[in-house]
Design a protein around this ligand. Structure first.
Ligand SMILES: Cc1cc2nc3c(=O)[nH]c(=O)nc-3n(C[C@H](O)[C@H](O)[C@H](O)COP(=O)(O)OP(=O)(O)OC[C@H]3O[C@@H](n4cnc5c(N)ncnc54)[C@H](O)[C@@H]3O)c2cc1C
Length: 394
């Protein structure tokens, strides 16, 4: 009996270590950077609506752009878990900076990393991971949003390459990008099986883009249409095999979804932190409003959903890093965290009362920026459909 008691006491005193040292270090480095360099200027940047060049360059110097790539290609040798931790912290400071950075770390560079030749790595991947070249990623067209089988941008085979004609829309970083990873149709009779990705440098004759879009939120993220008018691309610039465009997309779909979920966690955290501070300071009826149960209920709800979302994200990022298939878990995590972040920013607006409506406080930005999370990586209607289909098929 005495022995059992001793073992129990020993276990009680043992420190439970939930995260690795490197995970804690990345979180702390990014949190310090966001507190010191991003939050103080987030409002001005948002007002300017301009691409955040200086911060982007600082993040590049910190090695963030290559965080999930191996050192052999100029990356930092990290993984998806570390990438997502960094994105959570960045989104806590400024969603549009996080969105632009997330695009560079994953969507616009992954096809190049997996399928590009050494020559293409040297010309585009190394400079992209150093922040010297910006990349964009193009799936969406005016008539092809959720339904990629409707992609019309066509890559026509020639003797030694392809000629691309068509247009894409909602190109994040499009007007700033030096190269574009573009999903094209190579055989329109085959629908989803006739797709292939191509790398299109911005100086390709026939390539152009529109003026940046005016949008509700994520103001520093520059977005445009892009156009291809007889753009000749050598065979070497094809990323992945003919007809395998969807497979290339599927290699990162779980990661795109969990990255978006991570952005949601960051925004949710910001909404909760600001709400806690404000409700303790704001006095009405001679008491801080934090003393009122209806305010407490909102704080509790925001905190519980944040904790639950964090657990879902941590589980999925670790599954991805271990190579365990987890598309449905990633869909669930994206759906839950983004819906929760939307609710949290709405609650924050209410806790701030009329001041929530003022541009003086950041909660209005969280409320606008959270909408951005609803589309990329699958709309929530599409996610609900696929989550249910997977569950019901068993
Ligand atoms: C800020 C922002 C940045 C973006 N950046 C990029 C980018 O960099 N690159 C890129 O390629 N794209 C980008 N997109 C586009 C984004 O990926 C699309 O908006 C998304 O895929 C949805 O397509 P859609 O907007 O055409 O909506 P649609 O697919 O037309 O959907 C309209 C509505 O119908 C619903 N719906 C569609 N299909 C179904 C179904 N089968 N079942 C039930 N409901 C359905 C949708 O959920 C939605 O409510 C961006 C979008 C935004 C807003």
């Amino acid at each position: 009996m005495e022995k059992i008691k001793k073992i129990k006491i020993k276990k009680k005193n043992k420190k439970i270590k939930i995260r690795s040292n490197i995970e804690n270090m990345v979180r702390k480095t990014m949190a310090d950077f966001v507190d010191k360099e991003v939050i103080p200027i987030a409002r001005d940047l948002d007002d300017s609506g301009k691409f955040p060049d200086k911060l982007f360059q600082k993040l590049a110097k910190m090695g963030l752009l290559g965080i999930r790539y191996p050192k052999e290609v100029g990356g930092a040798g990290g993984n998806t878990t570390l990438y997502c931790i960094a994105m959570q912290e960045l989104a806590r400071g400024l969603m549009s900076l996080a969105a632009t950075t997330a695009m560079q770390c994953l969507m616009s560079t992954n096809g190049l990393y997996l399928y590009g030749s050494k020559k293409l790595h040297k010309e585009f991947l190394y400079p992209a991971l150093k922040g010297e070249k910006i990349g964009a990623f193009q799936l969406t067209e005016p008539d092809a949003g959720s339904d990629l089988s409707a992609v019309k941008t066509r890559a026509e085979k020639t003797s030694d390459g392809y000629v691309i004609n068509g247009m894409k829309t909602w190109s994040t970083s499009g007007p700033k990008a030096d190269f574009h990873t573009v999903l094209c149709q190579t055989d329109s009779s085959k629908g989803l099986k006739g797709l292939r990705f191509f790398l299109v440098p911005k100086d390709t004759p026939g390539f152009s883009f529109s003026k940046p879009f005016k949008t509700l939120g994520t103001k520093t993220s520059v977005i445009s249409e892009i156009y291809f008018n007889n753009c000749y691309i050598p065979e070497e610039y094809a990323l992945g095999k003919e007809g395998k465009g969807l497979d290339v997309l599927l290699t990162i779909l779980s990661e795109i979804r969990i990255m978006t979920a991570s952005l949601a966690l960051g925004l949710h955290r910001a909404a909760l932190d600001d709400s806690i501070k404000y409700c303790k300071e704001r006095v009405q009826f001679k008491k801080p409003i934090s003393k009122y149960q209806l305010i407490q209920a909102k704080i509790a709800n925001m905190a519980v959903n944040l904790e639950a979302g964090q657990l879902m994200v941590d589980k999925v990022t670790h599954m991805i890093d271990k190579g365990i298939p987890c598309l449905n878990n990633a869909s669930m995590a994206k759906y839950f965290t983004v819906e929760s972040a939307c609710e949290a920013s709405d609650y924050a607006m209410r806790i701030f009362g009329g001041y929530g409506y003022s541009m003086e406080y950041s909660v209005q930005r969280y409320y606008r920026d959270n909408r951005f999370l609803l589309y990329g990586g699958g709309t929530h209607e599409v996610l609900q459909t696929t989550i249910a289909r997977e569950i019901l098929s068993k």
